[in-house]
Ligand binder design. Structure first.
Ligand code: FAD
Length: 288
């Protein structure tokens, strides 16, 4: 099943993201995560690539295969190209094809100052067209409601996004954001720029002050006053922050769905209990 075919069915798509567990996690931990996520019936599950370096238990390919072939849920494998040659990408794609994984999220990846980037791919649009020439894959790409941190401004970011879609990206998944108005403004600009593919809103529940501050400093997302107050008051009280963070994510999702978004992509952080709480609270909303 190609991801693009999940859209336009009269209800928003609901998808989840997982990452390959670290070597320090038990070998079967991905099964615990996926057992939990299966119960909430996501339309597809995506698996990150390379973000944990080499310190992971299983590869993106292995986990995408488990999602696709053991859980029978459409899988989308992330693939970054900043440190890859065309030969390496070709081999990775062949591996995904062998496993029956049909969908790829084509990413440039973050530049690592300690590693000179390879030059086969300069930007994700080149990876998108390369993948499409290599086989029958559904190809998705990333987008940034508040702009990519390297972008000079939103206008050029959306111009390059359009280039990525023109190269063949069939669906976009957004970076996390905490103010829905940022997403609505971005969506309007995309549509005005002629980007017509489905755009899923990326939602990350705030569960831990330290990790959210790290994440925000990496991806450049801003923290609205409402969320700052939550972090200030509950940041040192894990259970209270968990409840408030889940409530915040549910509130964001209900508002996004009321506005008729194409889909919600939940950054689960491999925490199926939280994903279940969120999904349980929006089950009737999802059905409308
Ligand atoms: P690009 O689309 O190449 O954009 C990068 C920058 O270059 C932007 O500023 C853009 O405006 C500009 N640009 C784009 N095209 C051109 C062009 N042709 N000429 C000049 N400038 C251009 N990282 C991981 O390592 N692993 C993951 O699994 C992962 N998953 C992600 C999932 C999502 C949904 C998102 C939003 C991000 C993810 N990332 C992941 C992070 C991502 O790799 C970084 O944000 C990276 O810095 C940019 O990747 P990109 O594909 O958006 O790059």
């Amino acid at each position: 099943m190609k991801i693009k075919n999940l859209f336009g069915q009269g209800r928003p798509v609901f998808s989840c993201e997982v990452f390959p567990p670290k070597k320090t996690s038990p070998a079967d931990s991905i099964y615990k995560t996926l057992d939990g996520l299966k119960d909430i019936k996501p339309d597809f599950i995506s698996v990150t690539f390379g973000a944990g370096g080499s310190q992971v238990n299983q590869s993106t390919r292995e986990i995408a295969s488990i999602i696709q072939n053991t859980y029978h849920i459409p899988a989308m494998a992330h693939l970054t190209c900043v440190n890859a040659t065309k030969g390496e990408v070709t081999a990775l794609l062949a591996g995904l094809k062998d496993e029956g994984v049909e969908n790829v999220l084509a990413l440039r990846g973050d530049r690592n100052p300690d590693l000179p980037p390879k030059t086969d791919f300069l930007h994700a649009d080149e990876l998108v067209s390369f993948i499409l020439r290599r086989g029958d894959f559904g190809v998705s790409a990333a987008c940034y409601p508040e702009g990519h941190p390297e972008s000079a401004d939103m206008v050029s970011d959306i111009r390059y996004l359009k280039q990525k879609v023109d190269a063949g990206a069939q669906h976009l998944v957004s970076q996390l954001f905490f103010d829905n108005e940022d997403f609505f403004r971005f969506l309007e600009h995309c549509r005005m720029a002629g980007i017509t593919v489905p755009i899923e809103a990326g939602i990350m529940p705030v569960l831990n002050r330290g990790s959210i501050e790290r994440m925000v400093s990496l991806c450049g997302a801003s923290i609205p006053k409402k969320l700052s107050r939550i972090l200030a008051r509950y940041g040192d009280h894990p259970e209270a922050l968990r409840q408030a963070g889940i409530a915040y994510a549910i509130d964001q999702i209900a508002d996004l769905m009321a506005a008729g978004v194409d889909g919600i992509h939940l950054y689960t952080m491999n925490n199926p209990a939280v994903a279940k709480e969120i999904s349980g609270s929006i089950s009737s909303i999802r059905a409308v």
